[in-house]
Design a protein around this ligand. Sequence first.
Ligand SMILES: Nc1ncnc2c1ncn2[C@@H]1O[C@H](COP(=O)(O)OP(=O)(O)O)[C@@H](O)[C@H]1O
Ligand SMILES: CC(C)(COP(=O)(O)O)[C@@H](O)C(=O)NCCC(=O)O
Ligand SMILES: [K+]
Length: 233
Amino acid sequence: MSVLLIDIGNTRIKWQTRQRGEILAEGHVDKNKAPHYAWPDSIDEVAVSSVSTNEELRELFNARYGNRLRWIANPVEGHAGFHHCYAEPKRLGVDRWLAMLGARAVFNDDLLVVDAGTALTLDLLDKTNQHLGGYIVPGIQMAQRALFGGTDRVRPFSDEQHDTNLAPGKSTVACVKAGVLHQQVALVKSVAENHKDFRLVVTGGDGAQLADWLDSGYYPNLIFDGMELLCAG
Ligand SMILES: Nc1ncnc2c1ncn2[C@@H]1O[C@H](COP(=O)(O)OP(=O)(O)O)[C@@H](O)[C@H]1O
Ligand SMILES: CC(C)(COP(=O)(O)O)[C@@H](O)C(=O)NCCC(=O)O
Ligand SMILES: [K+]
C-alpha cells in the first residue's frame, strides 16, 4: 500500500510518498506553483494536512485523487489516547498535533516539540499523551519581514548579506538576522529550561538552523510520521 502525504503549511507545500514507513520520494513546492506541479500519481492513498484555508488547493487535490484523498484540516478529537488541553481542540493547528503524534512514535519521554516554520511553535506533551499547552511566535522569516516592513530604516540592504550566527551584528542586516535567530534560540532554551525533563525535538523548514544552536536533534519528518500513523488508524 503506497501513500502520498502532503503537508500544506502557510509558506510552502511539502510531500512524501511512503510504503510501510519507508520514504520512496519527497519534494516541496510553493503554493502558487501547485497547480502546475508534477504530483505523484500511482498511489493507493493520499492524505493532506493543511493549516491554510485554501479552497483552490482542496479542489486541485480532490480533482486529482478523488476518493483516494483524505483531507486533514483539524486534529481528530479522541484519537488514540491523545488528550487535548484546548477547550476547542479543533482550533489547535493540525500540524502541531501531527508533529506531537509523530514525535510520540519515536520517543516515550515527556516531549517539547518545536516546529520552526512560518510560525515557531513549541508544544509540551507529557508521557501520558496529555498536551500541556504551547507557544506560538513569528518564525524567522516572518519576524525579519516584520522589521523590514514596519520601519523606515531597517532595510534588507543587499550589500550586507552574510552568514548568520548569534554574535552581535555590525550592520543592519546582521543585527536583524542575529537578533531574530538569538530570540528564537533563547525562547526555546528558556522553555526547555523550565521543563528540564522534557526531551527537545525540533522539526520544520528552519528547524535544522535552529537545532544547530540547541542541544537537540533535528527530525524533519515528524508531521509526515504523524500523518502516516493517523492513516494507519
Ligand atoms: N527550499 C525551501 N524553500 C522555502 N523555504 C525553505 C526552504 N528550505 C528551508 N526553508 C525555510 O523553511 C521555512 C518554512 O518552513 P516550513 O516548515 O516549510 O513552513 P510552513 O510549514 O509554515 O509552510 C521558510 O521560512 C524558510 O526559511
Ligand atoms: C501556528 C500555525 C500558524 C503554525 O503553522 P506553520 O508555521 O506550520 O505554517 C498553525 O499551527 C495554526 O494555524 N494554528 C492554529 C492556531 C493554534 O494552533 O492555536
Ligand atoms: K510551525
